[in-house]
Design a protein around this ligand. Structure first.
Ligand SMILES: NC(=O)c1ccc[n+]([C@@H]2O[C@H](COP(=O)([O-])OP(=O)(O)OC[C@H]3O[C@@H](n4cnc5c(N)ncnc54)[C@H](OP(=O)(O)O)[C@@H]3O)[C@@H](O)[C@H]2O)c1
Length: 331
């Protein structure tokens, strides 16, 4: 018998997520049967998207959603021997241990990772985060050499990769993040310009840093930030709608100025996308992201939290801008 711990979503989040919405409970897992294997969590991913998607995909009483890297610790399945590292699907959830039957709940085994790629990057540059940056840039933004790219949430997991992909593609990259420390970090990553959006006038910085306009906008934030950036878009500009973190904790929808005619007359393409919908193309995204990673063309720093019991706190802090790079919990 294994005593497992898990966080249950006892109440759907309303406004900002809070402690009382989640409850840490213990459960006894049964002995594994033929075709089953027992996994122990190694790293947990924390993603702002868990806030809106838990409301859409989960019911109260479910284990809080989230992806993890786990290790097989007991096995009665020939394809998953003890010691195998696996990447779970996003609904596996915040749990210390789980039993998989015939590979259920497993997205992929991680034995294909070369030794130069640390295991935790399976939740980062060579996992869903990296694929999100890749698909949003490749499919929607389609950046060309010499174009100007704006990305917000730029010092976070997706945003920092997007900016680096922009540089690989030969763009002038302008990043926005929420502290001076993050701005310094973006410059170290090679961004051409970076600003603390909390202390500058966004419109003025765009006039100064993108005097010829913005061709490509990778949007992680939404809301009034986007209203301002759109005013600076060039004709036939492309906007990748990746996330809307400024909206996730709002109780009422934000009212912003209508820009319909401007979008029409400037022939701007604006498209939302969901990385998970492109699973048949994950091998393509892995190939490109791992190649760039191994070539040293991009990096993704991890923002570590120690201890499974600290998951709620680390999750809540995503919405205060506490993390730099990919937020991850060491189980
Ligand atoms: N479409 C998809 O398939 C997909 C997949 C993964 C992620 N996403 C989305 O991509 C975005 C980035 O995700 P991530 O995992 O890389 O997270 P992240 O950027 O590592 O962490 C969140 C960051 O967002 C910023 N932030 C928090 N509240 C904000 C607000 N009210 N206004 C502006 N910025 C705010 C904070 O940085 P600052 O200090 O800079 O404010 C915070 O550090 C999220 O919107 C997420 O939902 C989409």
């Amino acid at each position: 018998m294994v005593k497992a711990r898990k966080f249950v979503l006892v109440k759907h989040f309303v406004g900002s997520p809070k402690d009382s919405d989640l409850k840490l409970v213990e459960e006894e897992l049964p002995e594994i049967k033929d075709g089953e294997f027992l996994c122990e969590a190694v790293y947990h991913s924390l993603d702002p998207g868990m806030r809106p998607y838990s409301g859409k995909w989960q019911k109260e009483g479910d284990t809080m959603m989230g992806q993890q890297v786990a290790k097989v610790v007991q096995s009665k399945h020939k394809d998953y021997p003890v010691g195998t590292n696996v990447l779970t699907d996003v609904l596996c959830g915040w749990r210390s241990h789980f039993v998989s039957s015939e590979g259920q709940g497993i997205m992929t085994k991680l034995d294909h990772l070369p030794p130069e790629i640390p295991l935790e990057q399976a939740l980062g540059a060579v996992g869903l985060i990296g694929y999100t940056a890749y698909f949003g840039m490749n499919d929607i933004c389609q950046p060309k050499e010499g174009e100007t790219l704006v990305v917000n949430g730029a010092a976070g997991a997706v945003g920092s990769l997007v900016g680096q992909i922009g540089k690989i593609k030969g763009c002038r990259v302008i990043g926005y993040a929420g502290s001076d420390e993050k701005v310094k970090y973006l410059k170290e990553l090679g961004f051409d310009a970076a600003f603390n959006y909390k202390t500058v006038d966004l419109d003025e910085t765009l006039k100064a840093a993108a005097p010829n306009g913005v061709d490509v906008y990778f949007d992680n934030v939404g809301g009034t930030f986007s209203v301002t950036v759109r005013r600076h878009m060039n004709k036939c500009g492309r906007i990748s709608l990746c996330g809307a973190i400024s909206q996730y904790n709002l109780k009422e929808p934000l009212m912003v100025p209508c820009q319909d005619f401007m979008m029409v007359s400037e022939e701007i393409k604006s498209q939302g996308f969901l990385c998970l919908s492109k699973s048949e193309r994950f091998p393509e995204a892995y190939k490109q992201m791992s190649e760039w990673y191994l070539q040293g063309k991009l990096k993704l720093d991890m923002h570590w939290t120690e201890g499974f019991e600290n998951m709620p706190k680390a999750f809540f802090e995503l919405f205060t801008g506490w993390n730099l790079g990919k937020a991850i919990v060491k189980a």
